[in-house]
Design a protein around this ligand. Structure first.
Ligand code: SF4
Length: 245
């Protein structure tokens, strides 16, 4: 499939009839030239610790339960994490922090996430991102977010989650934009992101959708204690309670 323009992305996302089809189409995408170049350069240059590994170096699809009641939305794959392993939040410290919390709160089969074939399974939860390629300096441009938006929009429609846990302000704004693009009524001015913020909307399928804000699991937050394991557990347990799972 030729996936080199924003229009190609719109068509490919709309044509995915189920989550498996969407997950199969995302890694073929080359619609953002800057991100394609960066993700592939990182995969060639590599970090010294991973020099014997073959990097995924492609867009990363969502990971987890295709019928999840809870969706976790981050920012974008990490250069030497998901861009290396091919699975969201897998292979870096952010993922270690997130999946350990999911394990403590009953969503993940194990506390560690080291490689795509490590046996980890998720129940009632799925992790995804508004931008599917690793960006330089973890900073996608507004245009790149817009180009990638149809994948998240389609994922929301196909899964129909009850709750979305949004990690960080970028994900919060990107998700609200995507929901607006899906025809959902988003309040104006837009409710601000904050840790513990809750926003009740009507989702793309017409059912109630609750957004829960959570500080991102980046090392900047977890190493400094801005986000502690107890804080993340509380958000995930709140999501579990709202979703009734
Ligand atoms: S960021 Fe999204 S739209 Fe852009 S190349 Fe990657 S997968 Fe395609």
């Amino acid at each position: 499939m030729d996936l080199t323009t924003p229009d190609d992305v719109v068509r490919a996302a709309a044509g995915a009839d189920d989550v498996a089809a969407l997950d199969a189409v995302v890694p073929q995408c080359r619609a953002c030239p800057r991100l394609v170049a960066w993700r592939e350069l990182v995969g060639i240059e590599k970090r010294a610790a991973f020099r014997d590994e073959t990097y995924w170096a492609r867009p990363v699809p969502g990971f987890g339960d295709p019928e999840a009641s809870v969706l976790v939305v981050g920012l974008a794959p990490a250069a030497h994490g998901a861009n290396r392993t091919g699975r969201m939040f897998t292979g870096d410290r952010s993922g270690d922090f997130l999946f350990a919390a999911m394990h403590r709160t009953g969503f993940a089969s194990q506390a560690t996430s080291t490689a795509a074939d490590d046996g980890l399974t998720l129940t009632d939860i799925r992790v995804t991102a508004p931008v599917r390629c690793a960006p330089p300096a973890n900073a996608p441009t507004p245009q790149e977010r817009r180009t990638c938006g149809p994948y998240l929009g389609r994922e929301l429609t196909l899964i129909g989650p009850r709750v979305v846990v949004v990690l960080g302000g970028f994900g919060w704004q990107a998700l609200l934009t995507t929901l607006a693009e899906q025809g959902c009524a988003v309040p104006r001015p837009r409710p601000a992101f904050g840790h513990g913020a809750e926003l009740v909307l009507t989702g793309p399928g017409g059912a109630e959708l609750v957004l829960l804000g959570c500080f991102h699991v980046s090392q900047q937050n977890t190493f400094t204690g801005r986000l502690t394991p107890d804080m993340l557990d509380a958000v995930l347990l709140r999501a579990r309670a709202i979703a009734g799972v």
